[in-house]
Ligand binder design. Structure first.
Ligand SMILES: Nc1ncnc2c1ncn2[C@@H]1O[C@H](COP(=O)(O)OP(=O)(O)OP(=O)(O)O)[C@@H](O)[C@H]1O
Ligand SMILES: [Mg+2]
Length: 231
């Protein structure tokens, strides 16, 4: 049997003032699949990811999460309705945007876990240590705040956070842009493992070659249009 769709974008469009950032995009991402998106700066990649993560609603079209609409209308307002908290976890293009600047990193990394179950501070610190080790940050001071870290360290903390609570999907916007090649290789191995466990991944990168090696499918974006993939 085919794997279930985790995220579906059905003809989604998004406009900002005079800019058509995204035009009628269609995409289905299934359990365990890794889909890569590449394209020139300003082509709409981050916009597409914000819609897939239901951070903002499309102007037209629909995003389905786990087969159900991500947004419902009530009293003329749109309300976000993910199947469960943390169903889709975003990794933002700016590594600091994924983290609360006031919080120690153990708290940011384990917040997705704390939202779905009770966990003591000691348990959360132990879990944060494990999650950070998986992204190559085993020696990091758990009490540090984001401003005390390098950009590449923040990027890996954001990855650890996104993966902490077994999300159904991760949408990652250039998640390895600040990392050296050896560290990138470790993170890509981790993404493969996570996908093998059933999580769906959508990865945006300017590195088309890397995407072609890592991903099951690769889709180019041009001027707001998500084009059919070559594979
Ligand atoms: N919040 C916003 N307000 C106004 N315009 C926006 C907003 N977000 C995106 N845009 C516009 O939408 C278009 C697509 O932007 P987007 O950030 O999605 O591109 P991108 O492909 O992620 O680019 P990059 O590779 O530089 O990150 C751009 O023309 C941008 O100026
Ligand atoms: Mg972007």
């Amino acid at each position: 049997m085919a794997e279930q769709p985790v995220i579906e974008a059905v003809g989604v469009s998004r406009r900002y003032a005079t800019t058509a950032a995204l035009r009628e995009a269609h995409l289905i991402v299934r359990e365990g699949e890794i889909v890569g998106i590449y394209g020139a700066s300003g082509s709409g990649k981050s916009t597409l990811l914000r819609l897939l993560a239901a951070i903002e609603p499309p102007d037209t079209g629909e995003v389905l999460l786990g087969g159900a609409p991500a947004w419902v209308r009530r009293y003329g307002m749109r309300h976000r309705r993910p199947p469960r908290p943390g169903y889709v976890m975003p990794i933002f293009q700016n590594p600091f945007s994924s983290l609360d600047v006031r919080w120690p990193i153990w708290r940011s990394v384990t917040e997705p876990v704390a939202i779905i179950r009770r966990a003591s501070g000691a348990e959360r610190r132990a879990l944060a240590g494990e999650r950070l080790a998986a992204v190559g940050l085993s020696g990091l001071d758990l009490e540090a705040t984001p401003s005390e870290l390098s950009i590449g360290q923040c990027q890996r903390v954001a990855i650890a956070r996104a993966l902490a609570a077994a999300p159904a999907a991760v949408v990652a916007d250039e998640p390895t842009s600040a990392l050296d090649v050896t560290t990138v290789a470790g993170i890509l191995r981790l993404f493969k493992q996570v996908a093998a466990g059933g999580t769906a991944l959508v990865l945006v990168s300017h590195d088309e070659n890397m995407l072609r090696v890592l991903c099951d499918r690769v889709r180019p974006m041009k001027a707001g249009v998500l084009e059919p993939g070559g594979c």
